[in-house]
Design a protein around this ligand. Structure first.
Ligand SMILES: *Cc1c(COP(=O)(O)O)cnc(C)c1O
Length: 234
């Protein structure tokens, strides 16, 4: 079992911190979506969060997520799939409402075909690999342009913005340049003529740095441990 009172308190605390960060940046807190990252936590944890008004949940493993979706099918949850996706899982990924992690034209085509066949319409965010970053996944700027050039051909999925998983830093402020760079890439794509709605979202910021991400323009933050507590070894 787990402590649902503590979970509620952490969720309330995160919401207060979101409101304060938005206030500092002169932004409307309602324009920031909180995705509760529930990977490794049980359906009971998720249910307790929904009891406190949480609607968006994020998972990073398709199989684990599908099990939770089934167990919680009675709840109106919006499921987000986070991070790298192997192309042989594209069909299953079409079951999510939002996919944060598209990193190639080939995956976009697969996902779009799968979503079209299933009559699903996931929103897709493109994961960006910032130059000089030693991350394993994400699209480089040149690939980004190719991906957005394909958007008009998509019938199942809709592109909705950019996602960033910056390198781990000790001080949240050290993540600021990465967040700022993602925003600048978004602005540059808009100036290049990518239609604005395809770039509505910046998915950036996690438990240790979401306030900085909000100050730099995040519209979606992905917060796990600050809501659910520390994850055990996996
Ligand atoms: C696990 C995870 C998060 C949440 O991390 P916390 O540090 O627990 O907030 C956010 N984004 C992605 C892609 C993740 O895998």
């Amino acid at each position: 079992m787990f402590d649902s009172v503590a979970l509620r308190a952490r969720l309330v605390n995160v919401r207060e911190r979101i409101a304060r960060a938005a206030g500092r940046a002169g932004r409307d807190p309602a324009a920031i979506q909180l995705v509760a990252v529930s990977k490794t936590f049980s359906p009971d944890h998720i249910r307790a969060a929904t009891d406190n008004g949480q609607v968006d949940f994020g998972e990073n493993k398709v199989q684990e997520a599908l099990g939770k979706m089934e167990a919680l099918a009675d709840l109106p949850i919006r499921w987000h799939l986070l991070g790298h996706l192997q192309s042989n899982k594209a069909r299953k990924a079409a079951a999510f409402h939002v996919f944060h992690g598209l990193d190639s034209v080939a995956l976009l085509e697969k996902l779009d075909a799968a979503a079209t066949a299933l009559d699903r319409h996931p929103l897709v965010l493109v994961q960006v690999d910032l130059a000089g970053e030693a991350s394993k996944f994400g699209a480089e700027p040149a690939v980004l342009r190719q991906i957005f050039a394909k958007a008009a051909d998509c019938r199942g999925v809709t592109l909705g913005g950019l996602m960033l998983l910056p390198p781990a830093v000790d001080d949240a402020n050290d993540a600021r340049p990465y967040f700022r760079q993602l925003r600048e890439i978004r602005d540059a794509l808009r100036s290049d003529g990518v239609p604005a709605p395809l770039l509505d979202h910046l998915s950036m910021g996690m438990s240790h740095d979401f306030e900085v991400a909000i100050e730099e323009g995040a519209t979606i933050i992905r917060v796990g441990s600050a809501i659910f507590g520390e994850r055990g070894p996996i």
